[in-house]
Design a protein. Structure first.
Length: 328
């Protein structure tokens, strides 16, 4: 199979860039393993709304089974008084709690409607031959695919970028565990809050989803306390980025490029915005990601990541919480 662009990973970042590039006339293959569907709640803060509107996803967030209005963040640090971060005070004054499963499904359907070719499988190998990449894809049967440009949207693993020589930097090793989900909350569509609490060793965040369920996560340093539970309820929450986010002919986006502390609520925003930026780079340079273009993109991504890390460290230090270890 020969395509212009191969996108590995069909989460929000991968599905979005596949849709944008297909709409520009590129032949795009979106590769994702069978049955890979993330079942989790995430928050889109007001700062995300500009990118949501630019991608014409506003109507998607109005669907009652995909998103629910979020009033803001209620924080309680070390049993202190509750601090309110009211979203109505942040332009454009709205935020949402998003159910990732139906949201991701909708983004994938939009990518397919734009003309993206969906390939069910996992990339098991990648190599450069001349001006194209050859990808080995394991699905129902072993297959191969060639592409002029490769996009790594595989999430925190950064599977393709690391195979291509990129190193991953881990600023702080964190693990998150989901508590048992409470389904007793009513599905009334009323706005909800994101509640964040912290003690000396861990911090928790909880909210209600569009279907009414109450979901709560505990985050702590890896190894600082025992984590028990089924694998689906345990997640890597480390703050990580790549040393190089792109190279000749390839580019990493979303969590593959930079993954943030979940408390920052930057995951979906980073996924969507990185997809828009990378799609613009590929289109502007007519599919040619040169070394200079890769260096410029990497510098911008690293600057964004380090800015977020400085802010995170200041917040935790001010509240006497677990500080960042400065790298690992």
């Amino acid at each position: 199979m020969r395509v212009d662009i191969a996108v590995a990973g069909a989460g929000p970042s991968g599905a979005t860039i596949a849709r944008l590039l297909a709409l520009k006339g590129w032949q795009v293959a979106l590769i994702d393993p069978p049955g890979k569907r993330l079942d989790r709640l995430e928050v889109l803060a007001p700062s995300s709304m500009a990118i949501v509107d630019a991608l014409s996803l506003g109507d998607v967030l109005k669907e009652p089974m995909i998103a629910r209005p979020c009033l803001g963040i209620r924080r309680r640090w070390l049993s202190a008084e509750v601090e309110f971060d009211d979203f109505i005070r942040r332009p454009p004054g709205r935020g949402f709690v998003v159910d990732r499963r139906p949201f991701d499904d909708r983004l994938r359907s939009l990518a397919l409607a734009a003309g993206t070719e969906f390939v069910i499988g996992r990339v098991t190998g990648i190599r450069r031959e001349g001006d194209v990449f050859l990808l080995d894809v394991a699905g129902n049967a072993q297959a191969s695919l060639s592409a002029s440009v490769v996009v790594d949207a595989t999430g925190r693993t950064a599977a393709l970028a690391r195979r291509l020589g990129a190193q991953r930097i881990i600023k702080e090793r964190l693990v998150a565990q989901r508590r048992p989900i409470d389904h007793s909350s009513p599905t009334d569509g009323e706005p909800v809050w994101l509640d964040v609490e912290a003690d000396d060793t861990s911090w928790n965040y909880a909210t209600h989803g569009p279907d009414g369920r109450h979901e709560s996560w505990t985050i702590c340093r890896e190894g600082s306390q025992p984590i028990n539970g089924v694998p689906a309820d345990i997640a890597n929450a480390s703050s990580t980025c790549l040393a190089h986010h792109a190279g000749p002919g390839w580019i990493a986006i979303g969590d593959a490029a930079a993954a943030f502390d979940p408390i920052a609520s930057q995951g979906l925003f980073n996924a969507l915005s990185a997809a828009v930026v990378a799609a613009g780079i590929i289109t502007e340079h007519e599919g040619g990601i040169t070394r200079d273009v890769a260096l410029e993109y990497s510098a911008a991504m690293m600057s964004t990541f380090l800015h977020s890390e400085r802010g995170r460290g200041q917040v935790y230090a001010a509240r006497n919480l677990v500080p960042s270890n400065g790298g690992a």
